[in-house]
Write a protein of this length. Structure first.
Length: 138
């Protein structure tokens, strides 16, 4: 979805500057490398996900995404299988937190959340902007 929006914006900008659109080298209809292999699944808890922290830390687990206030009181929580990337859960957690607590002034996150999609959606909402690794309310 975001890739299509980004490509359309780039092509529109290139057309405005008299340039040809970029070639579409993505072949989504072709199978991705490694798509034929079996995914690892826990026999005792198939809903968990394979969490890989390093070569030595590989386990089936869940990950909790928690938003807290300045006193570390929990405002919102989302639990996912361990193989779900941080950036995939950001929209859900942030939207729920801001809806429930509209006075939110600052959202601090680690580098796992610094993605083009998060930057774009936060900029479009005029709700948050990025400054020195911290998303702050305008």
């Amino acid at each position: 979805m975001y890739d299509d929006q980004l490509r359309a914006e780039i092509d529109a900008d290139r057309a405005a500057h008299g340039k040809k659109p970029l070639k579409d080298d993505d072949h989504d209809d072709e199978p991705k490398h490694g798509s034929g292999r079996m995914a690892k699944e826990s026999t005792s808890d198939p809903e968990s996900g394979l969490f890989v922290k390093s070569d030595h830390k590989v386990e089936f687990a869940y990950t909790a995404y928690v938003s807290c206030d300045e006193h570390n009181f929990v405002l919102n929580c989302e639990v996912t299988p361990g193989n779900v990337h941080d950036s995939k859960v950001f929209d859900t957690v942030c939207e729920r937190t801001v809806e429930a607590f509209p006075d939110v002034e600052t959202v601090a996150v680690d580098a796992g959340y610094k993605t083009p999609w998060i930057c774009k959606t936060m900029g479009e909402t005029c709700r948050l902007h990025i400054k020195s690794g911290i998303l702050s309310q305008l």
